[in-house]
Design a protein around this ligand. Sequence first.
Ligand code: ADP
Ligand code: ZN
Length: 465
Amino acid sequence: MGKAKAFGQLQAQVVDADRSNVSFKDVAGIDEAKEELVEIVNFLKNPDKYTIAGARIPTGVLLYGEPGTGKTLLAKAIAGEAGVTFFSISGSNFVEMYAGIGASRVRDLFIQGKKKAPCIIFIDEIDAVGKRRGGGSNDEREQTLNQLLVEMDGFQANDKVIIVAATNRLDTLDPALLRPGRFDRQVLVPLPDVLGREHIIKVHAEKVQTDESVDWHQIAKETPGFSGAELANLVNEATLMAVKGGGKIGMVELELAKDKVMMGAERRSMIISEKDKEITAYHEIGHALVALMTPGADPVVKVSIIPRGESMGQTMQVPDMDKHSHSCAYLFDKICVLLGGRIAEELIYEELTTGSANDIERATGLARRMVCEWGMHEKIGPVVYNNMDHPGMIGPAISEQTAVMIDEAVKDIIQRAYDYAKKILLENTLLLNGLTQELLDKETISAADIERVMGHRRGLSCHSV
Ligand code: ADP
Ligand code: ZN
C-alpha cells in the first residue's frame, strides 16, 4: 500500500460526520446519566429558545466510566434524539498524526461543526490528548490540547455546537480541561446494576428469537461486573450458537455465551465472583450502618457494589457543604465510619481481606492530623508537631519520646473509634444482614431502600416484644 493512500485513509477515518439513528431507547440501564443529558437534547432541538432566555448551556460534556458502558452510544443518542449531525473523532488518532496536524485538525473540526450547527462533536478517548501536562511532555499532544482549549474558549452559546468527550480515566485529565466554559459538565456512566443489565440484555435481544426457557433476570444476576458492551456481545454469541444449532436462543446458549464472554474479557478481574460480591456488600454496609447509627455523621445517600475504578464498592455520603471547620466529634465519627467496613468483614468472616487498606490509611491519616495539627488529643495538647504525612508543617523537632507519645495517641483514637464502631455493628447484626442481602439483590441501594429495610426490621422487633 502506498504512503499517499494510507494517509488518505487515515484522514477519512479521523472525522466521521453522520446523522445518528440511535435514540435514548437504545441505551439501557444508565437512566441517571440519560436524565442529565435530556437538557442538552432540548437545547439542540430548540437552541433559540434557550439563547433568548439567556440560559447557560454547557459547551462541553464529559462522559466518564469503564470501557463499554455506552458512552459513545449515549453521545450518538443525544444527536439522534435532537436530529442533529454527529461528528466523531478519537483522541488517539490525534496523537498518531504527523507533526503539526493535530492542532490544525482540531481547528478544521470546529469550523465544520459551526457550519453544520446545531451539532454534536464527539471526542472519544480524550485522555490521549488531554493528559495532565508536564513531565516528559509530548509537543504534538500539547499543541493539540491547547488548540482544543482555545476553540472551546472562543465558543458562544449561539454557536449551537456541543462537544461531548469520553474517557475512562477522569483522574489523569489535565485540570485545564475541566474549568468552567470547557468540560464543566461531567457525567458518570457507570457499570450497570442487576436491573440495568436485564434492561440492556433485553434491548439487544429484542430482534432475536428466544424459547420459553429464557430467564433474563437470571442471566442478569449471573453477570455482575459486565459492561453494556459485554452484554451485547453475550447476546450476539448466543445468537450465533442458536443459528448454528438451527434453533432459537435458550438458556443453554445464554449460559455458554456468558462463559465465553467471561473467558475472553480482558478485564477478567472486573468480573466478580459471588463470594467477592458478598464480602464487598458486608464491607460497604459496615460503613453505611455505622454512619446511619452515628447522629453526627454525614447522611448516607447511596451504597453500591458496582466496581468503579479501583474500588469494588462505594458508600456515598453527602457532607454538609456549609461546614468550614470540623469538630473533634465529627472527625471521630468519620474515623468510625471508615473502620466500619473492615469490622463488618471481621464479624462475618474468619479471614481478613486487603480490601480495607485504603480505609485504614485514611483513618490513620485523620487521627494523626487530629493529634499533630489540630491539638485534639488530651495527652498531647494544642501543640503542632511535624507530621510525616504533611511535610513542611512548622513545629518543634520531635524527640524520640514525643514520637512514641504521638504514636500512642494516634493508636488511642483509632482504638476508641474501632470499639465504638464494633459495638454499633454487634448491636445491629440483624440490620447488617438484612441490608447486605438487599444490597446483594439490587447492587445499588438508595437512602429510601435503607429506610424501608430499617423500618421493616423495626416493625418486626415491635411485634416480637
Ligand atoms: P464506550 O464508549 O463506553 O466504551 P460504547 O458506547 O462504545 O461504550 O459501547 C459499545 C456497544 O455496547 C454499544 O454500541 C452497544 O451495542 C453496547 N452497549 C454498551 N452500553 C450499552 C447500554 N447502556 N445500553 C445498550 N447497549 C449498550
Ligand atoms: Zn471501605
